[in-house]
Design a binder for this molecule. Structure first.
Ligand SMILES: *Cc1c(COP(=O)(O)O)cnc(C)c1O
Length: 497
């Protein structure tokens, strides 16, 4: 099976090439030529196997040019013993109809680990398969979680190196400490005097700089992307949706013979799109509920068919969802339009020049069939954290709480409770101030450093601070480079070496 671009000019690309390239040559996103189907035997297997075997089954269907031995090696390297739960992504029951899929038991305590632990391994295997002779240099601009998860994933992976740029004053103290203490021989971390957009724009500029690409090739290096537009990041996320849906609908399970809804706290639309692929494969997935914070561009789009990024940008308690342009949506539009690349090129052009597009009615119907959407503000987020704590003694982070809030509102409107899984995307200790204030009162974190907030949250709840975050305060700083926004390109080239 090959891959094709959503914009129509790059097709017949092998899985290995699609993963090495990241973005298609016409700036579209790669999708598989056809979506493989799971039969009854596959679903029975997924309902009872362990996480690693589930990952192997799903990967084999999409990575036909990889050998089974290569897939085994990628999966085992990524998930065997790197998560603090043997389940990898444990499912926690709140009540008969409501479960939480905890996607944050990896080395950085956020769901991006599920993909970024395996992407580097897929990248090296893909480089070998496609005859790539050059070292792959991963370049990432981050506003928080992605950078650290990518550093952890790529550290000391042969044939790769990684450079991460972050805004000096634009990430939390814990996030910054996580990055500047990063270990590994092939990692570089650069602070930027500027904001996230400066870092992001610099990275885009570097990717389009043909002269720089030429100089790098002369040194046997090629730039690669760990961004969520890479198919190698989406694929690993399909695994936990297919497996969870199969488990909960197996004979004797909570939703036996039926289907399971998922509610997903959404930013770039990558995580929820993986759930959609699981459903297209034939996994017993019901509705996909897209949950947004005050940045509600997706709520509006999924209910009206109009995407309009011309709106104020809100900084919220769930910063990983503070996004106005959700790049992975392009894949869904492509699939739902019957793979109409001309339509996609037009829509993306309108978004770039006018900041807005509206999709045709047939596409709106496709969206309504699979999706519903809702949003909540910071007050709603905090009320949700309080509610889950009081009702279930379950501590959720601010992103997960957005999903829980949206689910409760939907159930209130509908007056029914369908079996639903909440995708939990971060440990409550990843964004501790918002969580602590929700359960202990508005000023509970006042005057405390982020580290003391962690201690307080642990004391108030009796939940331990996860290992990757505990002890961070005293870890040795290894990366101190800072550069001006104007000098990023030169600094990156120097860092690449
Ligand atoms: C990245 C992230 C999200 C958003 O996921 P998308 O795939 O971009 O929709 C939600 N929550 C947390 C904690 C994240 O790090």
């Amino acid at each position: 099976m090959n891959y094709q671009s959503t914009r129509g000019a790059d097709s017949g690309v092998t899985a290995a090439r699609a993963i090495v390239k990241g973005l298609a040559g016409d700036r579209g996103l790669f999708v598989p030529d056809e979506i493989p189907r799971l039969d009854a035997g596959d679903l029975a297997f997924l309902s009872s196997c362990n996480y690693l075997d589930a990952a192997k089954l799903i990967f084999e269907r999409y990575l036909e040019d990889f050998s089974l031995a290569q897939i085994d090696e990628c999966v085992e390297g990524a998930y065997y013993d790197t998560f603090d739960s043997a389940e990898v992504a444990p499912l926690v029951k709140l009540d008969e109809d409501t479960r939480v899929l905890e996607l944050w038991h990896g080395p950085t305590c956020a769901f991006k680990d599920l993909a970024l632990q395996v992407l580097p391994r897929l990248t090296t295997a893909a480089a070998a398969i496609s005859g790539e002779q050059n070292e792959i240099v991963i370049l990432v601009a981050t506003s928080g979680d992605t950078g650290k998860a990518a550093l952890e994933g790529f550290r000391d992976v042969p044939g790769t190196s990684i450079v991460v740029l972050y805004p000096q004053d634009g990430v939390s103290a814990v996030q910054k400490q996580q990055m500047v203490t990063q270990e590994g021989e092939n990692v570089r971390v650069l602070a930027i005097r500027g904001n996230f957009d400066d870092a992001q724009n610099a990275v885009k500029g570097i990717f389009m700089d043909d002269a720089l690409a030429g100089r790098l090739l002369a040194r046997k290096k090629r730039l690669g992307s760990a961004n969520s537009i890479n198919w190698g990041r989406l694929l690993p996320q399909i695994v936990y949706y297919a497996r969870t849906a199969a488990q909960l609908t197996a004979p004797g399970a909570a939703a036996a013979g039926s289907a399971v809804d998922f509610v997903v706290p959404t930013g770039n639309f990558g995580n929820i799109l993986a759930a959609w692929y699981a459903k297209q494969m034939g996994a017993p997935v019901g509705r996909l509920i897209c949950a947004s914070n005050e940045n509600d561009v997706l709520t509006e789009f999924l209910t009206t068919g109009i995407y309009d990024r011309r709106r104020p940008f809100h900084k919220t308690l769930s910063p990983s969802m503070d996004i106005l342009v959700s790049s992975n949506l392009e894949r869904l539009l492509y699939e739902l339009s019957g793979r109409d690349s001309a339509l996609i090129r037009g829509l993306m052009q309108q978004l770039e020049t006018g900041g807005r597009y509206e999709v045709p009615d047939s596409l709106k119907a496709g969206i309504r069939r699979d999706f519903c959407a809702g949003c909540c503000d910071d007050a709603g987020t905090q009320a949700a954290i309080r509610d889950a704590w009081q009702r279930y003694h379950y501590l959720m982070d601010t992103h997960t709480a957005v999903a829980y809030s949206v689910l409760n509102a939907l159930r209130g409107r509908e007056g029914t409770k369908r079996p639903t899984v909440i995708a939990s995307t971060a440990s409550p200790f990843k964004f501790p101030a918002g969580v602590l204030c929700s359960i202990a009162g508005g000023d509970a974190a006042a005057g405390l450093s982020e580290y003391r907030v962690l201690d307080r949250l642990s004391a108030v709840t009796g939940w331990p601070v996860p290992d990757p975050i505990a002890g961070l305060e005293h870890r040795a700083v290894r990366h101190t480079a800072v550069c001006d926004a104007a000098d990023i390109s030169a600094a990156v080239e120097a860092a690449i070496g």
